[in-house]
Design a protein around this ligand. Structure first.
Ligand code: AMP
Length: 293
């Protein structure tokens, strides 16, 4: 099957309108391209739930708070289109920046609450850029379902919040983080790691797994997190921006593991910033009992 490449919103809208007349269910998977298995897992999940799948490819300048990061971002549209064709996606919507943000564009979607802290602290303006472009892409595609990865867990919450607040009639579906065989969360930015860095990178996920286990076994949150931070630095990362335990459902800060939680991290390996996160299981009842005793 071939995947049609569409660049103009009016063309996209007329294809979607025809699908609607046929009563088809439509899904969208927003991406910035340089597609890997993480993206493709979302495309497959979308194909399983919808009749037609639109994958958007837009390297959104407004969500980059660092010009070098934007310039270095991989652009591989030809390969992406081939991967989408073999996955069975119906449309690759790859608009130009000048069409998404034409002269005179003046609106910013700023989501409060969930976009504060974590990446929101270290990447000023990032979530405004994400929220603005995601709002546009959801409205432009008019899809019934939109798929986002848990890899970007805070982003997933930002998107859920904006859809709720703005009454956008779309269901947000999350897909689990897809990892390399050694545990490293797949990311388009992993290609920037040197060989030595690539060999060290999986330690981040390993430390998250060990830390989540220690937390679930009832050990003191503060101490476990500070030891994990030291372990990340000892593994060769140059800086830990944050390592935090938050509530899974709304990203609220938590000081006790009394509800489903998420461990979230951002750390630099050389010139590359990596993020990852992991669900933390609630302590087993006997652990809670011991801690209370
Ligand atoms: P990006 O192209 O990095 O903006 O990502 C596009 C979508 O793919 C987002 O919803 C991401 O959360 C998701 N994604 C990126 N990497 C992964 C991964 N390793 N596993 C699952 N989803 C991912």
């Amino acid at each position: 099957m071939s995947t049609a490449i569409v660049r103009i919103v009016s063309e996209l809208r007329s294809i979607v309108a025809a699908w609607r007349r046929e009563g088809l269910k439509i899904a969208v998977v927003p991406t910035m391209g340089a597609l890997h298995e993480g993206h493709l897992s979302l495309v497959r999940a979308a194909l399983a739930k919808a009749d037609r799948v639109i994958v958007t490819l837009f390297v959104n300048p407004r969500q980059f708070n660092n010009a070098d990061d934007l310039a270095a971002y991989p652009r591989t549209e030809h390969d992406d289109a081939a991967k989408l064709a073999s996955a069975g996606a119906h449309i690759l919507y790859a608009p130009d920046a000048a069409d998404i943000y034409p002269q005179g564009f003046g609106t910013t979607v700023a989501v409060g609450g969930v976009s504060e802290g974590l990446c929101g602290t270290f990447r000023p303006g990032h979530f405004d850029g994400v929220a603005t472009v995601v709002t546009k892409l959801l409205l432009q595609t008019g899809a019934d379902l939109a798929f986002f990865g848990e890899k970007d867990f805070q982003q997933l919450h930002v998107v859920r919040q904006l859809v709720r607040d703005l009454d956008i009639p779309i269901e947000i579906i999350a897909g689990p983080t897809v990892r390399e065989a050694d545990g490293l969360a797949m990311s388009s930015r992993n290609a920037r790691l040197s060989l030595a860095e690539r060999n060290r990178a999986p330690r981040l996920a390993e430390i998250l797994v060990q830390t989540a286990e220690r937390l679930s076994s009832g050990q003191l949150i503060k101490r476990v997190l500070s030891e994990a931070q030291e372990a990340i630095l000892a593994a060769g990362f140059s800086k830990v921006e944050y390592l935090e335990l938050r509530a899974d459902s709304d990203l609220a800060s938590i000081v006790r593991l009394d509800r489903p939680a998420r461990l979230l991290v951002a750390a630099w390996l050389g010139q590359t910033r990596l993020i990852d996160n992991l669900q933390v299981a609630l302590p087993r009842p006997e652990v809670v009992h011991q801690a209370a005793a």
